[in-house]
Design a protein around this ligand. Sequence first.
Ligand code: ADP
Ligand code: MG
Length: 877
Amino acid sequence: MDRQGLSEHEAAARRLQFGPNALPERKSPSFFRVFLGQFLSPLIYILLAAAALSVFLGDVEDAGFIGVVLLANGLIGAVQEFQAGKAAAALRQMEEARAIVIRDGERQELPARDLVPGDLVCLEAGGRVPADLRLIEVNDLRCDESLLTGEPDAVRKWPRDDDQGDLRASTAFSGSMVTRGRGLGEAVATGLATEFGKIAAAISGSQSERPPLLVRLERFSKNLAIAVLVAAVLLIAAGWLRGMPLAELFMVSVGLAVSAIPEGLPVAITVALAIAMRRMARRNVIMRNMPAIESLGSCTMIATDKTGTLTMNELTVTDILLPDGSEITLEDHLRPQSIEEEPLLSHAHPQARPRMARLLRAACLPNEASLVSEEEGWRGLGDSVDVALLHAARKGGLIHADVLADHPLLSRIPYEPDLKYAASFHDLGDEIRIFVKGAPETLAAMADAIAIGEDDQPIDRALLAAQKDAMAERGLRVLAFAEGRIASGASGQLTGAHLAGLTFLGLAGMKDPLRPEVPQAMAACAAAGIGVAMVTGDDPVTAAAIAREAGLRAEDDEIVTGPQLAEAEAKGPAAVDALTAKARIYARVEPLQKLAIVRSLARCGHIVAVTGDGVNDAPALKNAHVGVAMGRKGTDIARESADIIVTDDNFASIVAGVREGRVAFANIRKVIFMLVATGAAEVLLFLFTVPLGLPMPLLAVQLLWLNLVTNGVQDVALAAEQAEGDELAQPPRRPDEPIFDRVMIRRIVFTALLMGGGGFALYYWRLQAGAPIDLIRNELLLLFVMFENVLTLSARSERASLFGRRFFSNPLLLAGVAITQLLHVGAMYVPGLSDTLGVSPVTLEEWAMLIAPAAALLLALEVEKALRRRFTPRRGA
Ligand code: ADP
Ligand code: MG
């Protein structure tokens, strides 16, 4: 059993020789490719046709300008898309695989890429095999090799000494998943040399999913484009009937189409989502796929783990209780740094000490953790329950290695959440000794005696249950311990069947402090209309106590246990739904039952976020709208099944993620509003004028310019708006609610009418006054630049006033608006440009004449918001 593994020195040498244990990464597209990609759109082809037509008509200047617009648009789009892609790639890199190896005789965890051939690697259920391993020891080890073989069933693995010549049976292949058991193997191949590495190139096809929101909005953009094109064709027809020259009509229609079609929308949405991803990463939430942002934002129910998510997962044994009532309580003594200083047993009655020691022995033998000595005390490696028990044993004078030496290990049944216990079998020469630790009721069922006084006495299960409840009511996680023996001849297979007729030794209570930020996050959920349910494998009494502390109130009938759930499952979905409609706490549930809970909640119309960490949580994580894996405690399987990873395992981070999801969605609405309203206003202006046979209010190049300066960066800047602060003060959006809800449509129509109508009024009035058409166009273009900037500013919030305390919170947007305005006024003074654009400096009177309607628009938009604030309270509020 005593294995040394490689020395650090040797490992470093091999690392140089063999290189990192990693596959070459797929390169993300270069900037140039992204740039070229911008030109693959029908809109661009139309523009190119227009440029060609201009050249044909002898208007080389216009053609040149269209070329510049094309390049500028392409560049802006490419920069935005490239940045968004890079942000996503950076986030992917944070998901680095880790491996447990033995080097210099010590277990340690290190990045999987540092593995070298020859390393001794430990495998555990839930982990991804980090390299090709020849197995030396296995304990009920099963691997899912479907990634390599396509075979869906997990494959049983054997140690190399009894693989009967079948190399595959004794090799754990890199990339496969450990679905059950434990194993120890020697790395024989790493990186590209592994079987997986050899075929990885074939597997790693592009599989980047497009967010449904993006798909939906792309479809929407397309429909809008069609509408604009229809409008353009109508314009051409109407103009032609009015006897306008076709070439001019065509050019203007192209300009109009390009300006009014929100071609920047998909990019802006990608940017909004990418920004949300980055903000979430700052709050310890890593999105594994973009669609989850939307689901997270509209989530209505969070089904959360208890241990590690609501609590710190820093367990400390605070109570030890023997069946006769003798106890040690260390309430005020959490986590002493130096274990030896605290002779635990001195707190117990002298007569009880031997039995306490006996209990502690059963705590440290069926135990897979280890304590590593470090400068500032001892650090545990492994399951937190196991670590806490080793700490306690050590405080009681039992040193793990010594106890193991006295009790040579024959075999163990490792802890799995569905078993709720762990056991180990030890060779004591003339007999085999069994030690078990686990859930009290499970162990009480295995035992028929209790250790009281000198001798064992018949078991009193009611007494044990009462003792357990008393501890659990204090919020402690309670574990029980038992011991038994079998004749050494009776070896054969040592299995769970031998766990009968044991002697029950007593209980240990462990404290796991609540995360301090949890009560506040719970309150936020309540305000945000998000239900919270706790799902735990732990005892209902403990669960209820912790829930109370966390601020999650649950009446007795809101606590559902695993067996109750199983009963309902047998009766059918309706019975399960009746339970989940009320339940706030699910206790003693089997991990696989989480799936039934998730399915039922979804049936009842919830958008469910569910947390998980173990192998058996994977189905629930996959089936939930938002699968949330724990970054620290979570297994590889859980992480890979999840949509998001919470790196600090913290419930409060999930809530922060919900908030960012809502912010992202609100920002997308703002972008859509701004883009669609400006486009509609421009179309409207022409629909007012052309059928009347009036001269074109704006030229094609002017429309292109308008589009470039007012939408180019403003859409993306809007997508980056900060949270408004009330995101969690309203109920979740219904997921089936269209983005184009009534509020959105009404606001777009209102705004477009104001802008299009206002523009037309100015145009008509100036025309009647006999002003030259070039001058009118110059004024109208300036007016529209101001209109659209005003609109962008006002679009920063759907409800809140622009002049709130958040005015300066989006410097990019403010700068964009200011620069646009300066750019446009500047263009009036630049000789070549002003001719091409048909603009010229405006007089003070003209300024006054134009600023007035722009200010009026701002006022109207803000008044509309104020009225809505006043008369239509928040949905559901
Ligand atoms: P939780 O939902 O709090 O994560 P678990 O599924 O981890 O609960 O644990 C369920 C039960 O299994 C615990 O209440 C405890 O009785 C038992 N248990 C947990 N960890 C261990 C362990 N390492 N060894 C033995 N039994 C354990
Ligand atoms: Mg657990």
